[in-house]
Design a protein around this ligand. Structure first.
Ligand SMILES: [Fe+2]
Length: 180
């Protein structure tokens, strides 16, 4: 059960769809910061060059996405605010643990990073889809456009990561087979 005392901002009850939308944007804003830090860390750990450059490209996109969210706040007449996103923290800490546990096997570590990133991107895709539906409902056309930019980048990243996965898995399998 969520302890609301730990999250004072969450105590304020949501009474309309605009407040709910702003809450969701605050949570996404927090999530993007967590994912940005995680990607910076993961891009330094990986050996696979394709995966490394994919992460580096997405770091730049994530920075732009954060700026887009700040523009969304501005369009909604709000100051940017981070609302603790438990899912983001959980995804990142699970990923970090797996990276630590596979650190003696670089190919398996690469696979762990790619799988973590795939989970993150799929989570972001559904979040942005929900946010876009919310913004459409409020007829916030500029906000919809900004969120669609973010969604498009997440979808492209999911595709690229998922294309890398079979090869990374194969490399991890043959590498660990040799190590036995
Ligand atoms: Fe992303």
């Amino acid at each position: 059960m969520v302890n609301l005392q730990e999250r004072p901002a969450a105590v304020t009850k949501i009474t309309n769809m605009q407040e709910k939308f702003v809450y969701d944007i605050c949570s996404m804003y927090d999530a993007e910061y967590h994912f940005l830090e995680a990607q910076q860390m993961m891009s330094q750990c990986v050996a696979n060059q394709e995966l490394k450059s994919l992460l580096q490209k997405h770091i730049q996109e994530t920075e732009q996405q954060i700026r887009n969210l700040e523009q969304v706040f501005s369009n909604m007449g709000q100051q940017p605010k981070r609302m603790h996103c438990e899912v983001a923290v959980g995804l990142v800490s699970d990923g970090q643990r797996l990276i630590l546990l596979t650190s003696d096997h670089p190919r398996m570590l690469d696979l762990a990073v790619a799988e973590t990133q795939a989970k993150v991107e799929n989570f972001e895709v559904i979040c942005y889809r929900c946010l876009i539906t919310g913004a459409e409902g409020m007829k916030q056309n500029e906000v919809v456009k900004l969120l669609q930019q973010n969604l498009q980048q997440e979808q492209q990243t999911v595709e690229k990561i998922e294309q890398c996965l079979p090869k990374l898995r194969q490399e991890a399998m043959s590498n660990t087979a040799k190590a036995r």
